[in-house]
Design a protein around this ligand. Structure first.
Ligand SMILES: [Zn+2]
Length: 127
């Protein structure tokens, strides 16, 4: 299918699809007249691209994950898995803190054991 139809289906602008093509992330076929031709497989790859972007992955990173011939593909995947697991821990701690602080009656964080222990976990886990 043509780029305009793909753009409509995915809810992105055509220049975004051209950028993803030029960056080598999802490269469609070309018709004899030079138009980009996307298959269903390309559309699936584009959906995966969008999902990966949604969790903060960069285009070079996504390109490496989507292309099996990329040399450092496994390394990129393992580093991203590591970061996702660390982020999950941070989210769980933030969820616990917010769940508590909504009802916390202490006027200062330092007067509440649970609030101050959250502050300590944040400092401990760093960036
Ligand atoms: Zn508290």
């Amino acid at each position: 299918m043509r780029i305009g139809e793909v753009a409509r289906r995915l809810g992105v602008a055509t220049h975004v699809l051209r950028h993803w093509d030029d960056s080598g992330v999802v490269v469609p076929d070309r018709s004899p007249t030079g138009h980009r031709e996307y298959s269903e497989d390309h559309v699936y790859r584009l959906r995966v691209l969008q999902a990966c972007q949604g969790v903060g992955m960069s285009l070079p990173e996504i390109r490496q994950v989507l292309n099996r011939t990329e040399p450092d593909r496994i390394g990129v995947i393992e580093r991203r898995l590591h970061r996702i697991r660390a982020q999950r821990k941070q989210f769980e701690q933030a969820e616990k803190f917010l769940g508590h602080v909504v009802d916390c009656r202490h006027d200062l964080l330092t007067r509440c054991e649970r609030c101050s222990s959250y502050a300590e976990t944040v400092v401990a886990s760093g960036s």
